[in-house]
Ligand binder design. Sequence first.
Ligand code: OSB
Ligand code: MG
Length: 363
Amino acid sequence: MKPRLSCFEVVLPFKVPFTTSFGTQSERHALLFRLEADGVVAYSECVTDVGPHYSYEDNYTAMHIIREYLAKFVEDLPVPKVFLERSEAVKGHNMAKAALEMLLWDYHSKLSGKPIHEYMGGSKGYADVGISIGMDKVEKVVARVGEAIQRGYRRVKVKIERGREHEILGAIREVYPEIPLTADANCDYRIKDIEILKSLDRYNLVYLEQPLDHDDLVDHAKLRKQISTPICLDESITSPDKARKAFEIGAADVVNIKPGRVGGFTNSLEIARIARDQGGHVWVGGMLETGIGRAFNVALASHSLVDYPGDTSPNDKYFEQDIVKNPFKMIDGRIKPNTGPGIGVDVDLDYLIKVSIKMTRIV
Ligand code: OSB
Ligand code: MG
């Protein structure tokens, strides 16, 4: 039977706006994909947003690439690896590719009757959880750090930007000198700012995430030699090959793997292998996903190659009401992946339709 592929464009307001060095997001404006074939219904989420501020992709370019170039590669329901090989015909656009690659992971794990973390293999059965806290007035940031520790999060990451780094990290360390703390600059510095970055060593961070430009490796390697805080790369690692190069030239100690950024689950697992083989550390990040994208992230974060807590907070950190009826619960700083087939989410179809601003039939 020919599959049916459709897209729901949804808008879900955040409980608290999320501010990074590249801007403030007040809602998750997501493209959710639904594939129906042979009685199986699979879902996935594209991690793009309305604007090209985290990376060059946005919802509009992702939809364009999917409709014009990638959708035809899923029509015979290939396994994810075959889809990935076909999609090499398209340069870049990893977020668009990941949306369909992960849709096929959900589809094939549902066909097998297994939850995706078992279908993938190597799962520990739980994920260690950290939190990512956006920028705000410094008192609010410190208060949110305190709440996160109370809730049992296993590490706290805060967003910083040029000019606010000491205000934010200093205030947190004054109250919480010992907690596992990290900072994410989302590319806001350049190598000329090296003295500022070196001065962050005093905060004893577990790592500093993506201080320099989104596609840089060389300056990160230069910086890493002169700073004692470990360097974690996010934006710069867009493929297994980039991960290999990053470790080869000494640009990173840690990788934040986001399946959406790297073209999906297959590449995510490959990057985790490369990083761990090189003595690096790995964790699974997030893009403020709805319950659909979140279920993929939690399953990946349960893999035994993932050794650091990730940005996979439970759904209620983000939304008053998510589009799934079985949100994750965090117990003792851990979340267990869903046990139903595939991503195991129970999609609230009425609510999904209610929050959709557009529904498109692609195939
Ligand atoms: O850099 O990790 C990032 C959110 C949107 C874009 C980029 C990033 C983030 C986060 C939030 O840090 C992670 C999450 O809670 O999903
Ligand atoms: Mg980041």
